[in-house]
Design a protein around this ligand. Structure first.
Ligand SMILES: Nc1ncnc2c1ncn2[C@@H]1O[C@H](COP(=O)(O)OP(=O)(O)OP(=O)(O)O)[C@@H](O)[C@H]1O
Ligand SMILES: [Mg+2]
Length: 259
């Protein structure tokens, strides 16, 4: 299974959610390969700060090398400074959008899950990661600009699905939900109500990415095919919990929250 973590907007939690997913998968005994396709290297810093990334450069160039082994169940292709020039050479050429899919074909046998963290935006490597994905996870902050960016992401995602011809399950993950922040509940409801076509409605917030339970539940939903039930159940829980907390806060001090 290949999971690509993608968003048009920066700083929404792609690398944090990638790392949380990786931790949860390893905890479940899955063999995981992490791939950092962001030259910024946040995921690499989080999981394998001292990794030698020259192997990534060679792999992306088509040499059949294995990722670096980090621990018994985790291997990694760390971020390489050459991502931009490699994008020019291998992605931005005719037919280049599926380059990652081709590179990953061999690795699919060696790992249960490949988690790909991408740079913000919808550039060449990001589109290639969407082409390769079985699941796309797109974190989103509960603010108007994030919702606008989501529409751009969904448009490109739909183009990728049309061009690649295979169905890619897509998850919008509201991140950093804070029920004390004015208006976030309304934005969450707007997000749930948005017509995003085939894209799965948003799953509940990962308000604490390091919360092992939320990461584990999320992994269950991804890997055990219980996606719809998971969303229905937890979104309801989220909204109910949110309403309960809001009314408590409002009754204690009406200036804290008024949503
Ligand atoms: N749920 C969360 N709770 C608290 N802090 C968070 C949460 N998610 C992300 N952060 C923090 O927000 C910042 C941005 O997160 P992160 O680097 O994961 O985002 P990103 O989408 O990968 O950013 P970029 O677009 O730059 O790659 C980091 O400082 C991270 O620690
Ligand atoms: Mg990042």
């Amino acid at each position: 299974m290949i999971v690509s973590v993608v968003s048009q907007k920066g700083g929404v939690g792609k690398s944090s959610i990638s790392a949380a997913l990786i931790r949860a998968l390893i905890k479940r005994g899955k063999r995981v390969c992490a791939i950092d396709l962001d030259v910024q290297g946040s995921l690499t810093h989080l999981i394998a700060p001292t990794i030698d990334a020259t192997r990534t450069t060679r792999w992306l160039a088509g040499v059949p090398v294995d990722p670096v082994v980090i621990s018994s169940n985790l291997s990694c292709f760390g971020a390489t400074a050459k991502l931009n020039s490699l994008e020019q050479d291998y992605v931005k050429v005719p037919g280049g959008a599926n380059v990652l899919q081709r590179r990953l074909a061999r690795m699919k046998r060696n790992f249960d899950v490949v988690v790909i963290d991408t740079a913000a935006g919808l550039g060449g490597w990001v589109v290639a990661a969407m082409y390769a994905a079985d699941h796309i996870v797109s974190p989103c902050l509960l603010e108007p600009l994030s919702l606008d960016a989501l529409k751009g992401f969904v448009k490109v995602r739909n183009q990728v699905v049309d061009a690649s011809g295979h169905m890619v399950k897509t998850w919008i993950v509201p991140n950093r939900f804070d029920r004390r922040i004015r208006g976030q509940t309304h934005i969450l409801q707007a997000l749930i109500g948005m017509n995003l076509g085939e894209v799965t409605p948003p799953i509940p917030t990962c308000s604490a990415v390091n919360n092992a339970m939320s990461a584990l539940n999320f992994v269950d939903a991804l890997s055990l095919g219980r996606a719809e039930a998971y969303f229905d159940h937890l979104s309801l829980q989220l909204l109910q919990a949110n309403n309960a907390v809001n009314s408590t806060l409002v009754s204690k001090d009406s200036t804290i929250v008024n949503v």
